[in-house]
Design a protein around this ligand. Structure first.
Ligand code: ZN
Length: 219
């Protein structure tokens, strides 16, 4: 089943584009991986081929080291954005959801050590699990609790009020480097509590009282 963006549980007439991701946007998460807190947002891209729905089980890649989960708030872009300010960025955000930025952490560490790009660790097929989106009209994006349970144990418990850069500021910043197109998605960084996935894990993500979705790691 090909992935399609859903907005308020309905397929939305937007193409499935790229995903622009932000690293180290929560200070506590940067510290847990012994990374410095960056002065400017750290950006990377996952191609549309990385996207899959939460309804599709996560496959643990074979012989590629540990696969880590990172629960993140996602936003769906509805209008083209090039070099815009925060107010314009806000007007282009159509939906908000949750996502898993799946990361081959051992491979990423090896690549980082060698000063090489991370793509193989972050942008592989199936590395971006997206929930459906809920309309962001009237939603305060600066105060959204996000939670991830694995096998009923709470592992990540963050809030967008802990972000180093707000979602509006991030989207505006991104638009100065990469044009965002309708159907693109932005992943806004993960709070502390990341860890490795195991075969058969059941994952549940919740965004405030707006949405709750589950997925699983295949056995
Ligand atoms: Zn991430």
């Amino acid at each position: 089943m090909a992935y399609q963006h859903l907005l308020n549980s309905t397929p939305v007439d937007l193409p499935v584009g790229k995903v622009v991701c932000v690293g180290r946007n929560y200070a506590e998460h940067a510290r847990e991986l012994n990374n410095p807190v960056p002065d400017e947002p750290l950006l990377f891209i996952k191609p549309s081929t990385a996207i899959q729905s939460m309804e599709v089980p996560i496959i643990l890649p074979k012989d590629r080291g540990g696969l880590h989960y990172e629960a993140e708030v996602s936003v769906l872009i509805g209008k083209p954005l090039t070099c815009v300010d925060e107010a314009e960025a806000m007007k282009a955000i159509t939906g908000v959801g949750v996502a898993l930025d799946l990361t081959l952490r051992d491979l990423q560490s090896q690549l980082k050590e060698k000063g090489l790009p991370w793509e193989k660790a972050k942008a592989f097929d199936g590395s971006c699990c997206l929930s459906s989106f809920t309309s962001s009209v009237g939603v305060d994006l600066t105060q959204l609790p996000i939670k991830l349970w694995i096998n009923d144990e709470l592992r990540q418990d963050g809030n967008t009020d802990q972000m180093l850069r707000t979602i509006a500021s991030l989207v505006a910043y991104i638009s100065h480097w990469f044009t965002l197109l309708p159907g693109d998605v932005v992943l806004t960084g993960t709070p502390a509590g990341v860890g490795q996935l195991q075969s058969g894990d059941q994952l549940t993500l919740q965004l405030s009282d707006l949405l709750k979705e589950s997925t699983q790691v295949s056995k």
